[in-house]
Design a protein around this ligand. Structure first.
Ligand code: NDP
Ligand code: GDR
Length: 363
């Protein structure tokens, strides 16, 4: 019987890490994940996959490590000898990268370099295939519509600049040392597991809570930003497929469809049966409804110093070479996120009815 393949995932506690770990385990892989030390458990997204360290023959193993700590990365790669290494770990919030630019560069740019160097130091250039989580944020101030693998980059945030370094160091190590290394240039992808401060999840979570009377207001920034939103579950399959080809190449993964933040709000609200009235433009939209309750308001604190206004991907290459076909429509994505956030809010409502306080947070 052939040995199972071994995968190592950085960022395993994140949205994509959780979907990818589940996907690879179902394919028979032994999956190792790197998680950083936190003062509370931070494994909600992967708790259903957890295997007790005392179990023999575990197929899902977590290791403590950090993208800013080369020693931990080298040790884990040496121990696990991965056939496939998926670098998903990152300070992934664009707005936060303006507040923590140096840390973002350390983890997102140098982090990728540390992994590639570890592969080289350990002599794994011919064994370990490397996936780098690149991003449509590289296009930033877009030079061409829609964006393809050859569209010039123009990053617009410390996050995007850090990811630009990671993109090119991946290409460089492929060319210089013959490592099978790929960039997946993924456009925004969402799911019920999306972090609560990214705009889609912020919207579905807040509207579900407003619907149940647990929250009064949803504060947002630029409502006119347009994104090409897909489902994370569909996108992680492409991450895997990129590492199964004969030759390592870079691919755009996108739906080829674009919607505004405002349209996302409208659709999520209509799914929940919430009537929204948009009042004028910009900050003027801040206001209260007939009952004096604020529903959706624009708060300039969520504007970014430099914004990426519009992204639209052309996934033709992935369609041609990887057989890429997004399975989830925009409508189905919004419906799934709304449904799951309504369930979570109903749980919070129940908790509140039993005398426990559910805190309202705006981030
Ligand atoms: P998340 O923010 O949900 O997850 C990021 C993961 O990285 C978390 O597990 C986080 O750990 C971990 N992490 C952050 N900093 C460090 C560090 N210093 N050391 C170790 N681990 C760290 O991101 P997504 O799952 O949405 O995205 C996965 C990757 O894909 C990211 O690199 C992101 O930049 C990129 N990407 C995402 C897109 C999207 O639309 N989702 C689109 C294009 C690219 P913790 O749980 O402790 O915070
Ligand atoms: P993005 O995702 O910056 O594209 O990065 P995010 O959901 O944060 O923003 C999308 C757009 O919505 C606008 N926006 C708001 N954004 C947030 N977070 N909160 C708000 O209140 C708000 N109001 C409006 C933003 O200005 C922006 O234009 C995501 C991350 O997952 C990155 O890691 C990844 O690389 C890219 O997607 C592709």
């Amino acid at each position: 019987m052939s040995q199972p393949k071994v995968a190592l995932i950085t960022g395993v506690t994140g949205q994509d890490g959780a979907y990818l770990a589940e996907f690879l385990l179902a394919k028979g892989y032994i999956v190792h994940g790197i998680k950083r030390r936190t003062s509370l458990f931070n494994t909600d997204r992967i708790d259903h996959l957890y295997q007790d360290p005392h179990e023999p023959d575990r197929r899902f193993v977590l290791h403590h490590g950090d993208m800013t700590d080369a020693s931990s990365l080298i040790r884990i790669i040496q121990q696990t000898q991965p056939d496939e290494l998926y670098n998903l770990a990152a300070q992934s919030h664009v707005a936060v990268s303006f507040e923590e630019p140096e840390y973002t560069a350390d983890s997102d740019a140098l982090g990728a370099l540390r992994l590639l160097e570890a592969i080289r130091i350990l002599g794994l250039e011919r064994k370990t295939r490397f996936y780098q989580a690149s991003t449509s944020e590289l296009y930033g101030l877009v030079q061409e519509v829609p964006q393809t693998e050859t569209t010039p980059f123009y990053p617009r945030s410390p996050y995007a600049v850090a990811k630009l370094y990671a993109y090119w160091i991946t290409v460089n190590y492929r060319e210089a040392y013959g490592i099978y290394a790929c960039n997946g240039i993924l456009f925004n992808h969402e799911s019920p597991l999306r972090g609560e401060t990214f705009v889609t999840r912020k919207i579905t979570r807040a509207l579900a809570r407003i619907k149940l009377g647990l929250q009064e207001c949803l504060y947002l920034g630029n409502l006119d930003a347009k994104r090409d939103w897909g489902h994370a579950r569909d996108y992680i399959e492409m991450q895997w497929l990129m590492l199964q080809q004969e030759k390592p190449e870079d691919y755009v993964i996108a739906t080829g469809e674009q919607h505004s933040v405002r349209a996302f709000v409208d659709l999520a609200a209509s799914e929940l049966g919430i009537q929204l009235t948009w009042r004028g433009q910009g900050v003027e939209e801040k206001g209260h409804d007939a009952k004096g309750v604020c529903r959706v308001a624009v708060d300039p604190r969520y504007f970014r110093p430099t914004e990426v206004e519009s992204l639209l991907g052309d996934p033709s290459k992935a369609q041609r070479q990887l057989g890429w076909q997004p399975k989830t429509s925009f409508g189905d994505l919004v419906r799934e996120m709304v449904r799951e956030d309504l369930r979570a809010s109903e749980r919070d409502e129940l908790v509140q009815q039993h005398g426990f306080h559910a805190y309202e947070r705006h981030e």
